[in-house]
Design a protein around this ligand. Structure first.
Ligand SMILES: [Cu+2]
Length: 103
């Protein structure tokens, strides 16, 4: 059991070393960038650079999330949990779309 805990701890350390933080800016009612390539364990930090709220979310399986109301100037990070294509939208502005390919 102790060996397992040490192994898990090492995996966590290793994944945090190799994980990448991707920055996505929400400005002018658009995600920037609009497409992103990432890997499992990476994080996406959503920034709200508009003067109004956004609500980024995804319904895509293991990667689903819902930030909720994100006020201007706020940052919010999510972690990508599984490989696949993640379609991300904004619940307030349907025209906002971001496609993330997770490998
Ligand atoms: Cu929005």
């Amino acid at each position: 059991m102790k060996t397992l805990k040490i192994a898990l701890a090492l995996i966590l350390v290793a994944s945090s070393v190799y994980a990448t933080e991707h920055i996505v800016v929400q400005k002018g009612k658009a995600f920037n960038p609009k497409t992103l390539e990432a890997k499992v364990g990476d994080t996406i930090k959503f920034k709200n650079s508009d003067a109004f709220a956004h609500n980024a979310y995804s319904d895509d399986g293991a990667n689903e999330f819902d930030i909720g109301m994100q006020a201007p100037g706020e940052d919010y990070s999510i972690t990508l949990k599984a490989p696949g294509t993640v379609a991300i939208g904004c619940a307030i502005h349907p025209s906002m779309q971001l496609k993330v390919t997770v490998k």
